[in-house]
Design a protein around this ligand. Structure first.
Ligand code: NIG
Ligand code: FE
Length: 393
């Protein structure tokens, strides 16, 4: 048993059994001032208020659950900084992709890179994320775009998960773009053929269901082939109102992600589903897209998760504190709504909220201890000031 004492503010307390927060509940979280917290076997054993003797002096800092990042593409090779000038000069994401840049550029780089080197490059990013407080993350394939490349990525994701203290969930995103040398139709079939092998490594399956990438019909076929093997998490409505939300809900997707473009029909489709709408403000920021209508979703009684989308093309940043701040500044979430979006709801969106995302007895003690005098409002408001004293993993 290890006791953290002298905690100025313990935030993120939830009763046992709360796996996500929706509607008004997204704006609430349990808080205790002058607290202590006991850890046993890596899990939260108990917590309370008052001064006690202990092992780790929190020096009056805030103790909060670590960030959960349910949507990343951090396994990639090289960089796409060569496209950055095109972007600055006004080319859109679609125009860069149409010129042979974009995802296919990363795919070429990945297929030229050895598995060991890919692991080495990706691990650096994962370590950066953990240093910034991320304790659980999802990582997608999707830059192989052929059976060898996709399985190489899934092996690297597994290898990372085995070697870092953070929890890593793995998603097979074969349907990220049409691989070189395939027709669209051939590639959709190739993705379907990869599913059984991918299911040996991955937890989830994803499809980039959007204009210029994969259609609702492609998505329906791929998800039907994956039924009972891989739970869906879908890229939807980034570039257009794609129908991806509805096809995701139909296939019991755990999350539908991006949602920069949505109408009320998407909100209705998500009501009473088990699917978590997940928004990625980092890609809105980087690509100059609209921010998701998180507030409307919450007003409609839904929960919302926020994730980083860390990837070389649309969000080269895995800083979940910045994601939280954007939730407040750009999406008008309250600090508590944004905090729940980057912890409990994001944990739910990758199936780990029984273990992560809140201060709850029995959950993993995967925590961020801040410097003194921080609270959730200041975390989002003063969004670049260093705040972490220690990440406990
Ligand atoms: O989530 N939208 C599709 N996939 C990624 C971008 C991947 C890339 O450009 O490399 C995204 O934004
Ligand atoms: Fe993505």
């Amino acid at each position: 048993m290890k006791i953290i004492y002298n905690i100025g503010l313990l935030v993120g307390i939830q009763p046992e059994g709360v796996l996500r927060v929706e509607g008004e509940a997204q704006g609430r979280t349990g808080v205790i001032n002058d607290a202590w917290l006991a850890i046993e076997d890596g899990r939260i054993a108990d917590y309370g208020t008052g001064s006690v003797e202990g092992d780790l002096d929190a020096h009056g800092g805030m103790l909060m659950p670590g960030f959960c990042d349910s949507h990343t593409h951090v396994v990639y090779a090289g960089s796409r900084d060569g496209e950055f000038l095109d972007k600055i000069n006004g080319l859109s994401y679609e125009e860069i992709a149409a010129r042979g840049g974009g995802i296919l550029n990363s795919s070429d780089l990945l297929n030229q890179t050895s598995e060991e080197e890919l692991y080495r490059q990706s691990l650096v990013r994962v370590q950066e994320m953990m240093a910034k407080g991320t304790v659980a993350m999802e990582i997608k394939s999707g830059y192989g775009l052929c059976p060898e490349g996709e399985m190489k990525m899934l092996r690297v994701i597994r290898h990372i998960g085995e070697n870092v203290p953070a929890t890593v969930k793995s998603t097979f995103l074969g349907a990220h773009a049409v691989g070189r040398g395939y027709s669209h139709e051939q590639y959709v079939q190739a993705v379907i053929d990869m599913i059984p092998q991918a299911a040996e490594y991955a937890d989830f399956i994803d499809v980039f269901c959007d204009e210029g990438f994969f259609t609702v019909e492609d998505t329906d076929r791929i998800l039907s082939a994956a039924r009972h093997l891989l739970t869906p998490k879908i890229h939807a409505n980034e570039l257009a109102v794609s129908g991806g939300v509805q096809v995701g809900v139909k296939h019991l997707a755990l999350s539908v992600d991006h949602l920069e473009r949505t109408t009320d029909a998407e909100i209705s489709a998500l009501k009473d589903s088990w699917t978590m709408p997940t928004m990625l403000p980092g890609s809105s920021f980087f690509l100059g897209l609209p921010y998701g209508r998180a507030k409307d979703f919450i007003r409609a009684g839904l929960g919302v998760a926020l994730a980083s989308d860390y990837n070389p093309g649309s969000s080269p940043c895995g800083d979940m504190r910045f994601v939280m701040a954007q939730g407040c500044i750009k999406m008008r979430l309250t600090p508590v709504e944004a905090f729940n979006a980057v912890t409990l709801n994001s944990a739910y969106a990758m199936g780990v909220s029984a273990d992560y995302g809140s201060i709850t007895r029995g959950k993993k003690a995967a925590l961020i201890l801040t410097e003194p005098d921080w609270d959730l409002t200041r975390l989002a408001y003063q969004y670049q000031t260093p705040f972490i004293r220690q990440v406990l993993l």
